[in-house]
Design a protein around this ligand. Structure first.
Ligand SMILES: Cc1cc2nc3c(=O)[nH]c(=O)nc-3n(C[C@H](O)[C@H](O)[C@H](O)COP(=O)(O)O)c2cc1C
Length: 385
């Protein structure tokens, strides 16, 4: 059997601090620390504890060239443990799953730190809403009480600030003012298919296709995109859209069309949405959810192992979400965006592999309810007069 190290792995000395029980019983507060070496690999969802010998073994191996396992200076137990964990990659069928994920990462041309950030920030089964409730971190006053004062809203520079003229408001200013994150959707009211179509047409639809070669095309959209690559796909979870069966869809930005996707579980759609939204029930009953899913290889095709590629990708998703907010607001609808999502659960819903495609944010749209149950931020009383 031939072996190599996985493509991207970094090691963290993680320190755990605990209070010594014996000392507490003896009335002393004695802090003990324990350091464990963790291997963070870009193709694995979890950090893997490793011994110093295992860490050294990985450091001595190439990620590109195979080594015969019989030539390795390592105990069988260490080899087996690292193979099992996926940190060592082998050419055998038995370890094909780890090898394929590792090759997927390698072929994705990731900048290593970005690959690790994305992979290890993904959640599964997190209930951020329950965590907020349990820690009583719900209101701004709660935050202040528990965290102290935040840094000030502005950090002025020394000197005299020169006042700028207040320019008369136009319709665009009024539209901007009406945008507020919606946490109260009207569950009795559907949106029209035409409203959803308009929203997609204004934001994620291709306004032009520029064919550079037979196999190379670029899209023009109403939102900017790093490198003009528009890597972000739109997946939909539709609950209340007149003329569209509730379910899962993928949007085709060139055809301006939706295709139905298979459902892999029979849980009610609102429960599926709530799980994706890490328990945020104030968002889960939107009429439609748009899951924004970059295809990393499209950006990394141009920006190979590039330190800014992932940043550009995240900024793209930010532009998309603001464009969706504005398009929804103009149409009289309400919207939200959240990055507090269970990426791993969302990948399972839409059968995404999490290596080549993985969600970054979810936007929801629908009619706003007449009653304010969950707080919205509307200090100028534009939305809730
Ligand atoms: C990247 C991003 C993530 C957000 N995540 C959440 C979230 O998880 N839950 C939530 O209730 N609001 C979320 N929001 C909405 C913000 O709380 C909201 O934008 C902010 O309070 C200002 O209110 P406004 O959008 O109405 O002006 C998010 C907004 C952004 C831009």
């Amino acid at each position: 059997m031939k072996l190599r190290r996985c493509t991207t792995v970094m090691f963290e000395p993680r320190e755990e601090v605990s209070l010594g029980l014996q000392a507490i019983l003896a009335g002393r507060a004695e802090v003990t620390t324990k350091t464990t070496w963790l291997a963070l690999a870009a193709h694995l969802d979890q950090a893997v504890p490793v011994s110093v010998a295992q860490r050294e073994l990985l450091g001595a191996l190439s990620s590109r060239q195979w080594t015969e396992s019989s030539d390795m200076v390592a105990t069988q137990a260490d080899q087996d443990a690292l193979l099992e964990a996926g940190l060592l990659i082998s050419d055998s069928d038995e370890h094909a799953a780890h090898r394929q994920r590792d090759e997927g990462m390698r072929d994705g041309h990731w900048w290593p730190l970005a690959a690790l950030v994305h992979r290890h920030a993904r959640w599964s089964g997190v209930n951020s809403a329950a965590q907020m409730r349990d820690s009583t971190m719900l209101t701004a006053k709660d935050l202040r009480r528990q965290l102290g004062a935040p840094p000030p809203v502005v950090q002025p520079h020394p000197g005299t600030y020169q006042p700028l003229p207040a320019v008369n408001a136009t319709g665009y200013d009024q539209l901007l003012e009406r945008r507020a994150t919606c946490r109260n959707f009207d569950v009795a009211r559907s949106i029209d298919q035409a409203q959803l179509a308009q929203l997609l047409q204004r934001t994620v639809m291709a306004q032009a296709v520029v064919q550079v070669e037979a196999d190379t095309a670029f899209l023009k959209k109403n939102v900017p995109s790093g490198g003009g690559l528009h890597p972000t796909e739109t997946y939909l979870l539709v609950q209340r859209v007149e003329g569209l069966a509730p379910g899962l869809y993928h949007y085709h930005p060139v055809q301006h069309a939706l295709v139905t996707l298979p459902r892999h579980c029979d849980r009610p759609l609102q429960d599926v949405a709530e799980a994706m939204l890490s328990g945020q029930d104030w968002f889960s009953n939107a009429a439609a959810h748009l899951v924004l899913v970059p295809r990393f290889a499209r950006t990394n095709w141009k920006y190979r192992n590039h330190a800014k590629a992932y940043r550009a990708l995240l900024l793209d998703v930010g532009h998309l979400s603001q464009a969706l907010y504005m398009a929804a607001t103009e149409a009289g609808l309400a919207a939200f965006v959240t990055a507090a999502i269970n990426e791993i659960d969302t990948e399972a819903v839409f059968a995404l592999d999490g290596v080549t495609q993985s969600p970054v944010a979810i936007v929801g749209v629908g009619w706003r309810s007449d009653t304010l149950d969950t707080a919205e931020f509307d200090p100028n009383k534009v939305v809730w007069p």
